[in-house]
Design a protein around this ligand. Structure first.
Ligand code: CDP
Length: 222
C-alpha cells in the first residue's frame, strides 16, 4: 500500500509548524508526527548520559539504547523515551540549547529518518521538521516551507515557555532560535532548506485559522 498521503511541513525554529501540522491532521483525520520531538528526546538521553558527541562509538552505542514511541492524544504530541513520558522535559532550555548539535550528527539523522519513513509508509500523515520534504519524504503529496519574522517567532515561543517557566527571558529565547536556525541551515547532513517544489508560507501576519486555510487551499490546487 503506497498510495497514502504525506504532507511535509518544514521551516525555521518556532514559526508555527506544529500548530499548522496539528490543525491539518485534525481536519483531515491524518496522523501527526512531530519529528523535532524525536531529536529532542535523543538529546535528552545524550545529556542525561553525558554522551560525547565527538565519539562515534558512544553515539552509536547510545542510539541502540534509545527507544522512542509516540502516543497521540487529541493531536498533542506525547513521546516516551524508553517508556518514560518526556513530552514536557524535551521543551525545556537545556534540550533546546543542545538539540541542533545532536541533530547535526549523521548517525542520529540516519536512525531518525529510518524511523520516520517507516511511520509514513502506509498511513496518511502530516510530519513537521527541517528535512521532511527534502530527505525523509521527497515524494510527499504536499510540501510547505514555513517562515516568519524572527522577532515575531521569538515572541510567540516566549509566551508559550513563560507560562511554565517564569524565569525565562525573551532575549534567551531569541538567541536560542537564531542559533538553532544557523546550525540547522549550515550543517552538512540534510540541512534545513526549502525543497524546490515546496510552497512558501510566511505566517508573520497570519493567525492559525488563516494559515490552515492557506494549506487546505494548497491541497486542493492540483
Ligand atoms: O518547535 P521548534 O521549531 O522549536 O523545533 P523542533 O521542531 O522541536 O526541532 C528541534 C530541533 O531538532 C531543530 O532545531 C533541529 O535542530 C532538529 N530537527 C532536525 O534536525 N530535523 C527535523 N526533521 C526536525 C528537527
Amino acid at each position: 500500500m503506497t498510495n497514502n498521503i504525506v504532507i511535509a511541513i518544514d521551516g525555521y525554529s518556532s514559526c508555527g509548524k506544529s500548530t499548522l501540522a496539528k490543525a491539518l491532521a485534525r481536519k483531515l483525520h491524518f496522523i501527526y508526527v512531530d519529528s523535532g520531538a524525536m531529536y529532542r528526546a535523543v538529546t535528552l538521553y545524550f545529556l542525561r548520559n553525558n554522551i560525547d558527541l565527538h565519539d562515534p562509538s558512544q553515539v552509536a552505542g547510545a542510539l541502540k539504547n534509545i527507544h522512542l514511541n509516540f502516543h497521540s492524544r487529541d493531536y498533542q504530541t506525547h513521546i516516551t523515551l524508553n517508556d518514560e513520558e518526556v513530552s514536557d522535559e524535551i521543551r525545556q532550555m537545556p534540550v533546546s540549547d543542545n538539540v541542533s548539535a545532536v541533530a547535526a550528527l549523521r548517525e542520529v539523522r540516519h536512525e531518525m529518518v529510518k524511523q520516520q519513513q517507516r511511520m509514513g509508509r502506509s498511513k496518511n500523515i502530516v510530519m513537521d521538521g527541517r528535512d521532511i520534504g527534502t530527505t525523509v519524504f521527497p515524494d510527499a503529496t504536499l510540501k510547505i516551507f514555513m517562515t516568519a519574522d524572527p522577532k515575531v517567532r521569538a515572541e510567540r515561543r516566549y509566551k508559550e515557555l513563560h507560562e511554565k517557566n517564569p524565569d525565562i527571558t525573551l532575549e534567551e529565547v531569541f538567541e536560542n532560535i537564531a542559533h538553532r536556525d544557523y546550525q540547522d541551515t549550515t550543517r552538512e547532513e540534510s540541512p534545513l532548506r526549502r525543497a524546490p517544489d515546496a510552497i512558501i508560507l510566511d505566517n508573520t501576519n497570519l493567525n492559525p485559522d488563516e494559515q490552515l486555510q492557506f494549506a487546505l487551499n494548497c491541497l486542493n490546487r492540483d
